[in-house]
Design a protein. Structure first.
Length: 176
Protein backbone atom coordinates (compact mmCIF):
# COMPACT_ATOMS: atom_id res chain seq x y z
CA UNK A 1 0.00 0.00 0.00
CA UNK A 2 1.36 3.41 -0.98
CA UNK A 3 1.97 6.02 1.68
CA UNK A 4 -0.32 9.02 1.74
CA UNK A 5 0.98 12.49 0.93
CA UNK A 6 1.59 15.00 3.71
CA UNK A 7 -0.76 17.96 3.44
CA UNK A 8 0.60 21.47 4.02
CA UNK A 9 -1.18 24.81 4.26
CA UNK A 10 0.51 28.02 3.24
CA UNK A 11 -0.65 31.60 3.59
CA UNK A 12 1.45 33.76 1.28
CA UNK A 13 1.34 37.54 1.17
CA UNK A 14 3.04 38.29 -2.14
CA UNK A 15 4.36 41.73 -3.04
CA UNK A 16 5.98 41.44 -6.48
CA UNK A 17 7.19 44.93 -7.29
CA UNK A 18 8.78 43.73 -10.55
CA UNK A 19 5.39 42.67 -11.97
CA UNK A 20 3.20 45.05 -9.96
CA UNK A 21 1.41 42.03 -8.46
CA UNK A 22 0.13 42.17 -4.89
CA UNK A 23 -2.07 39.40 -3.53
CA UNK A 24 -2.69 36.96 -0.73
CA UNK A 25 -2.82 33.23 -1.51
CA UNK A 26 -4.19 30.47 0.70
CA UNK A 27 -2.63 27.26 -0.64
CA UNK A 28 -2.91 23.57 0.08
CA UNK A 29 0.12 21.53 -0.99
CA UNK A 30 0.41 17.77 -1.07
CA UNK A 31 3.93 16.48 -0.40
CA UNK A 32 4.41 13.07 -1.98
CA UNK A 33 6.39 10.64 0.23
CA UNK A 34 9.13 10.60 -2.43
CA UNK A 35 9.48 14.41 -2.30
CA UNK A 36 11.93 15.86 0.21
CA UNK A 37 11.36 19.08 2.16
CA UNK A 38 13.70 21.11 -0.06
CA UNK A 39 11.82 20.19 -3.25
CA UNK A 40 8.48 21.12 -1.65
CA UNK A 41 9.89 24.51 -0.69
CA UNK A 42 11.22 25.02 -4.24
CA UNK A 43 7.74 24.27 -5.61
CA UNK A 44 6.44 26.96 -3.27
CA UNK A 45 9.13 29.40 -4.47
CA UNK A 46 8.22 28.66 -8.11
CA UNK A 47 4.61 29.47 -7.27
CA UNK A 48 5.59 32.75 -5.62
CA UNK A 49 7.76 33.82 -8.56
CA UNK A 50 4.96 33.14 -11.07
CA UNK A 51 1.90 33.81 -8.90
CA UNK A 52 -1.40 34.63 -10.51
CA UNK A 53 -5.00 33.57 -10.02
CA UNK A 54 -4.82 30.61 -12.44
CA UNK A 55 -1.45 29.06 -11.51
CA UNK A 56 -1.89 25.70 -9.79
CA UNK A 57 0.09 22.84 -8.31
CA UNK A 58 0.04 19.60 -10.30
CA UNK A 59 0.92 16.03 -9.44
CA UNK A 60 4.38 16.58 -10.96
CA UNK A 61 6.49 14.23 -8.85
CA UNK A 62 4.00 11.36 -8.91
CA UNK A 63 3.00 11.71 -12.55
CA UNK A 64 5.98 12.12 -14.88
CA UNK A 65 3.69 13.43 -17.62
CA UNK A 66 2.65 16.40 -15.52
CA UNK A 67 4.44 19.59 -14.48
CA UNK A 68 5.20 20.62 -10.92
CA UNK A 69 3.01 23.68 -11.50
CA UNK A 70 1.01 24.86 -14.48
CA UNK A 71 -1.31 27.50 -15.78
CA UNK A 72 -4.05 26.31 -18.11
CA UNK A 73 -6.26 28.19 -20.53
CA UNK A 74 -10.04 27.99 -20.33
CA UNK A 75 -10.05 25.24 -22.97
CA UNK A 76 -7.60 23.12 -20.90
CA UNK A 77 -4.41 23.76 -22.88
CA UNK A 78 -1.26 24.30 -20.83
CA UNK A 79 -0.09 27.89 -21.18
CA UNK A 80 2.77 27.71 -18.67
CA UNK A 81 4.52 24.48 -17.65
CA UNK A 82 6.87 24.77 -14.66
CA UNK A 83 9.35 21.97 -13.99
CA UNK A 84 11.91 21.61 -11.20
CA UNK A 85 15.35 20.05 -11.21
CA UNK A 86 17.25 18.74 -14.21
CA UNK A 87 14.90 17.07 -16.72
CA UNK A 88 16.47 15.11 -19.58
CA UNK A 89 16.49 16.28 -23.21
CA UNK A 90 13.62 13.98 -24.17
CA UNK A 91 11.36 15.43 -21.46
CA UNK A 92 12.31 19.01 -22.36
CA UNK A 93 11.48 18.41 -26.02
CA UNK A 94 8.14 16.84 -25.07
CA UNK A 95 7.04 19.56 -22.66
CA UNK A 96 8.11 22.37 -25.01
CA UNK A 97 5.80 20.80 -27.59
CA UNK A 98 2.90 20.64 -25.13
CA UNK A 99 2.98 24.16 -23.71
CA UNK A 100 3.13 27.75 -24.87
CA UNK A 101 5.80 28.55 -22.28
CA UNK A 102 8.12 26.31 -20.23
CA UNK A 103 10.13 27.36 -17.17
CA UNK A 104 12.65 25.01 -15.58
CA UNK A 105 13.88 25.96 -12.12
CA UNK A 106 17.15 24.40 -11.03
CA UNK A 107 18.29 24.70 -7.44
CA UNK A 108 21.05 22.21 -6.66
CA UNK A 109 24.26 24.16 -7.13
CA UNK A 110 26.74 21.46 -8.15
CA UNK A 111 24.31 19.44 -10.26
CA UNK A 112 22.88 22.40 -12.17
CA UNK A 113 26.07 23.50 -13.94
CA UNK A 114 26.92 19.95 -15.07
CA UNK A 115 23.35 19.36 -16.31
CA UNK A 116 23.20 22.69 -18.16
CA UNK A 117 26.55 22.08 -19.90
CA UNK A 118 25.39 18.65 -21.05
CA UNK A 119 22.15 19.87 -22.62
CA UNK A 120 22.58 23.55 -23.47
CA UNK A 121 23.65 22.99 -27.10
CA UNK A 122 20.37 21.21 -27.83
CA UNK A 123 18.12 23.80 -26.16
CA UNK A 124 18.59 26.84 -28.37
CA UNK A 125 15.86 25.92 -30.85
CA UNK A 126 13.17 25.89 -28.12
CA UNK A 127 11.91 29.48 -28.23
CA UNK A 128 9.37 28.88 -25.47
CA UNK A 129 11.89 27.58 -22.91
CA UNK A 130 13.36 29.51 -19.99
CA UNK A 131 15.90 28.04 -17.54
CA UNK A 132 16.32 29.74 -14.18
CA UNK A 133 18.76 28.75 -11.46
CA UNK A 134 17.72 29.69 -7.92
CA UNK A 135 20.53 30.85 -5.63
CA UNK A 136 19.32 30.35 -2.08
CA UNK A 137 21.01 32.40 0.64
CA UNK A 138 20.10 30.79 3.93
CA UNK A 139 18.43 27.60 5.03
CA UNK A 140 15.15 27.51 3.13
CA UNK A 141 14.20 24.27 4.84
CA UNK A 142 14.04 26.20 8.12
CA UNK A 143 10.78 27.72 6.77
CA UNK A 144 9.29 24.26 6.16
CA UNK A 145 6.22 23.59 8.30
CA UNK A 146 2.86 21.86 7.98
CA UNK A 147 1.33 25.34 8.28
CA UNK A 148 3.30 28.26 6.83
CA UNK A 149 2.60 31.99 6.91
CA UNK A 150 5.06 34.04 4.87
CA UNK A 151 5.59 37.51 3.55
CA UNK A 152 7.09 37.22 0.05
CA UNK A 153 8.74 40.33 -1.41
CA UNK A 154 10.15 40.43 -4.95
CA UNK A 155 12.22 43.34 -6.20
CA UNK A 156 14.86 43.34 -8.97
CA UNK A 157 14.46 39.56 -9.43
CA UNK A 158 15.33 38.99 -5.77
CA UNK A 159 12.83 37.13 -3.59
CA UNK A 160 12.85 37.57 0.17
CA UNK A 161 10.81 35.09 2.19
CA UNK A 162 9.99 36.24 5.71
CA UNK A 163 8.40 34.19 8.46
CA UNK A 164 8.57 35.66 11.96
CA UNK A 165 12.26 36.46 12.60
CA UNK A 166 13.55 34.19 9.84
CA UNK A 167 14.28 35.47 6.32
CA UNK A 168 15.71 33.80 3.23
CA UNK A 169 16.90 35.57 0.09
CA UNK A 170 16.70 33.91 -3.32
CA UNK A 171 18.23 35.39 -6.45
CA UNK A 172 17.73 34.12 -9.98
CA UNK A 173 20.25 33.40 -12.72
CA UNK A 174 18.26 33.38 -15.95
CA UNK A 175 20.10 31.42 -18.62
CA UNK A 176 17.63 31.32 -21.47
Amino acid sequence: MAANPIIHKALLNIANMDKNYYNEHHLTLAQDPSEDDLRLMIRLVAFILNANDTLMFCKGRVQDDEPGLCQKSQDGNIEVWIDLGQPNKKRIKKICGQSERVIIYTFEENLESIWRKNIEHSLFHFKNLQIVHLNIKGDIESLYRRSMNMQCNIFDNELTLIENDNSIVITQDIYK
